[in-house]
Write a protein that binds this ligand. Sequence first.
Ligand SMILES: C[S@@+](CC[C@H](N)C(=O)[O-])C[C@H]1O[C@@H](n2cnc3c(N)ncnc32)[C@H](O)[C@@H]1O
Length: 199
Amino acid sequence: MKNYSLPEKPSGIIGVVAGVIMLLRHRRSYKLAWKALDLCDQDTFLEIGFGLGNFLKKAGGVASFVAGLDHGKDMVKIAKLMNKTKILSGKMDIRLGEASSLPWDDESFTSAAIIEAFYYLSNPKKTLLEVYRVLRESGRIVITMIWYRDGKRSYKVIEEKYNANIFSIDSLRMLLNNAGFKNVCVKVTDDVLLAFAYK
Ligand SMILES: C[S@@+](CC[C@H](N)C(=O)[O-])C[C@H]1O[C@@H](n2cnc3c(N)ncnc32)[C@H](O)[C@@H]1O
């Protein structure tokens, strides 16, 4: 069985503590993703790798329907607890699952985000093809990741320590283009790598 690093699949009490620390560490990433998504009440939104589910909760306050998928069963439990009322009202769907095989029908969403989770995906190519499939025509995807590549901490250290895959701007752009996305824009803003593209 695969040995997951803590951010790759947070579990147990330590996973929950890590989730809280991540909420703080990933603030800039959330802020940029929120701004880029620019959700409105006409949107149906999907988040992959939601951790404790705080972004789902925020999105649920704006979009008409919100869904999320994470492979960490403790993360799913907490996100469900945090979003109980929305789930009961039928406006939120939280699932345990693998990002490269999404359980939703084609063209279910107008928008999608992968926040601080893209580096841990076991199959990023297939995940992007899946997100493309479940997005409606002109739907948008936002991916954010703290930019380690030119930073003080060597990305090789992060890759080894956390089993992460630190993408370059060009490789992320290529992955999105190859999955079929259009108007792909990848840039580093405020030390966060932000990718935005349309179906
Ligand atoms: C570093 S955490 C980020 C959580 C949250 N987005 C945040 O910024 O606080 C990465 C999340 O992605 C999930 N994840 C990683 N690989 C996944 C995969 N292949 N399928 C589904 N979820 C995955 C993990 O369980 C974890 O909750």
